[in-house]
Design a protein around this ligand. Structure first.
Ligand code: FES
Length: 154
């Protein structure tokens, strides 16, 4: 092997490693985030005894992602037949809705979107109902389900 052959081979190996690295990183960022591996994690929210007898109660659940603790608001709704959790995120542009107890409806402060107590749109620009979040009751505690990247859930 000549010196020239050795240097040519080394340069080709370095370029090949760089191209492979760039391709892997580009593929990762181009792959839709929604298709990356995610898993459901149930986060502790409240004691079962704290559930509303009937109506809407604002609560909070927490989880840790990338080393940061996140506190997230949620509305717990109990009607005649079921208990469920509603996201407070308006489906129009993502503002946080407030619950008006006197009107028994959720009102978005940004553009006046209104939802009934079950989360269905009454009026305004929201294109769809408030999202229902997975909820489970286990051993006297209420848990809210959150989809997290598999690595963060581990
Ligand atoms: S963000 Fe809620 S109505 Fe526009």
């Amino acid at each position: 092997m000549t010196r020239r052959d050795f240097l040519t081979g080394t340069v080709k190996a370095i370029i090949s490693a760089l191209v492979t690295g760039v391709t892997v990183v580009a593929a990762y960022f181009m792959y839709p985030a929604g298709l990356r591996s995610r898993t459901m994690v149930y986060c502790d929210c409240m004691d079962e005894d704290a559930l509303p007898k009937k109506g809407v109660k604002r609560a909070e659940y927490r989880y840790t992602q990338k080393g940061r603790e996140m506190a997230v608001g949620v509305f717990i709704v109990k009607d005649d037949s079921a208990v469920y959790a509603l996201s407070p995120v308006c489906t129009h542009l993502g503002c946080l809705v407030n619950y008006n107890r006197h009107k028994n409806e959720f009102i978005c402060p940004c553009h006046g979107g209104r939802y009934d107590a079950s989360g269905k749109v009454i009026s305004g620009p929201p294109p769809g109902p408030l999202a229902r979040l997975p909820l489970k009751i286990e051993n006297g505690r209420v848990y809210i389900g959150v989809m997290l990247p598999a690595a963060a859930a581990a």
